[in-house]
Design a protein around this ligand. Structure first.
Ligand SMILES: [Zn+2]
Length: 122
């Protein structure tokens, strides 16, 4: 599929489902975050998308807004014992971050596919 036919919405949807951005069928990851270099379904080279720190940045941004905002809004949270709130908050941030990172990395790679990022590195 040429880069002119690539849709941002298709790339994002396929990536968020952790599927190959090119066909939407094959698995994008060989492990938790390791990109499968070649799609088993269509043979697309997914190793050319270098996500680097982008997905981690977006994940931390989302986790921060999801968990810090309630802490600022509800006084019962910041008036409680810090020895109780700190471990609970850290566990919540860790859980949300780990749960969301693979999906966000998939979406990031889908956006890179849609924007033809793989074409600029050749
Ligand atoms: Zn594929």
């Amino acid at each position: 599929m040429s880069s002119s036919q690539r849709s941002v919405l298709d790339g994002l949807k396929r990536g968020l489902r952790r599927r190959c951005p090119n066909c939407g069928e094959g698995r994008l990851f060989a492990g938790y975050l390791k990109v499968d270099p070649t799609c088993a379904r269509c043979g697309h080279d997914n190793s050319r998308y270098r996500a680097d720190d982008g997905p981690a940045y977006v994940t931390v941004l989302l986790a921060g807004h999801l968990l810090v905002a309630p802490m600022l809004v509800f006084p019962v949270i910041w008036e409680a014992d810090p020895m109780l709130v700190a471990p609970l908050a850290m566990a919540g941030v860790g859980a949300v971050t780990l749960a969301g990172l693979a999906f966000i990395k998939g979406g990031w790679i889908g956006l890179m596919w849609a924007n033809g990022s793989d074409r600029t590195q050749q």
